[in-house]
Design a protein. Structure first.
Ligand code: SF4
Length: 65
């Protein structure tokens, strides 16, 4: 199953928690210094859910794609 990942970059505080928990999906955009998803649609996973749950700003939204 695929998931769509939306990151509210305005609220992202660049802590990199999502990158540490789920590096398959998240990376830092070096120009913006904000998190971004490797692509709009990714494979759903437990790590992806955990990254969204652990984001201190709660700015990661995951929905079925
Ligand atoms: S965990 Fe949340 S606040 Fe931290 S870098 Fe990722 S999206 Fe930004």
């Amino acid at each position: 199953m695929n998931c769509r990942v939306n990151i509210d970059t305005y609220r992202c505080n660049s802590c990199e928690t999502c990158v540490v928990i789920c590096p398959e999906v998240f990376r830092m955009n070096s120009a913006l210094e904000k998190a971004e998803s490797a692509s709009d649609t990714v494979a759903c996973s437990e790590a992806l859910d955990r990254a969204a749950a652990m984001c201190p700003e709660k700015c990661i939204e995951i929905e079925p794609a």
